[in-house]
Write a protein that binds this ligand. Structure first.
Ligand SMILES: CC(C)(COP(=O)(O)OP(=O)(O)OC[C@H]1O[C@@H](n2cnc3c(N)ncnc32)[C@H](O)[C@@H]1OP(=O)(O)O)[C@@H](O)C(=O)NCCC(=O)NCCS
Length: 182
């Protein structure tokens, strides 16, 4: 994992119109367990994990890692947005030493359908663009995950390619840097 960059770790809290994005706290643990145990949330992300196992293994304060934002609505966690900068993805044909940031988003089902995911991701992408204006961001999801595909389109990701993995069609999208290189 590379340096997350200014404002990304520890995550300086930021407000959007309706939400607060912040680092995780011990009081978020139940929501993390709920996210990973939910069959709806896990439908296209590797499946839900057994709640008893999660209760055992999830740390007292989960999500304390670079690029992990808790999304808070009126004082309670409703989801998370992640931005991981890691070694390049060969699918992007980038330089072998390059680092690529990847966006992820997981929300509790009761918070779906209100535009919260798009609102939270847009704020994280803005902050990222401020810290790394010349870097693209990538995003991966199954093509069958229509909600996630709609969020990706709204955020300005465009298709790089589709490929088969884990027995399903995957979508790799990229969002161009704030400042084009070259
Ligand atoms: C992917 C996921 C985050 C999408 O959540 P979502 O709530 O559908 O996405 P958005 O925040 O963009 O909300 C869009 C919906 O809110 C509606 N909406 C309602 N009020 C709105 C408002 N004020 N502003 C914007 N949209 C609003 C939109 O019309 C849209 O509804 P629709 O889906 O019926 O067309 C969610 O389904 C999820 O957590 N899935 C499980 C995890 C996952 O698969 N993650 C992807 C892997 S990267």
């Amino acid at each position: 994992m590379s340096e997350p960059g200014p404002g990304l770790w520890p995550p300086a809290p930021m407000r959007t119109e309706r939400l607060l994005l912040r680092g995780s706290e011990a009081r978020d643990r139940a929501a993390f367990v709920e996210l990973f145990a939910s069959p709806e949330v896990g439908a296209y992300t590797g499946g839900p994990r057994p709640r008893e196992e999660l209760e055992r293994v999830v740390p007292e304060v989960p999500g304390r890692r670079p690029g992990c934002f808790v999304v808070d609505l009126d004082g309670a966690m409703i989801g998370m947005v992640t931005l991981d900068r890691r070694d390049t993805d060969t699918r992007l044909h980038a330089r072998p030493d390059a680092v690529v940031a990847e966006l992820g988003y997981l929300f509790l089902p009761e918070a779906w359908g209100r535009g919260y995911a798009a609102e939270a991701c847009a704020a994280v992408l803005d902050r990222f663009a401020g810290a790394f204006p010349r870097e693209p961001v990538v995003l991966r999801t199954q093509t069958a995950n229509t909600r996630a595909m709609r969020v990706a389109a709204k955020l300005g990701f465009s298709e790089v390619e589709r490929y088969e993995e884990y027995g399903a069609e995957q979508w790799l999208g990229v969002r161009a840097p704030a400042v084009p290189s070259g």
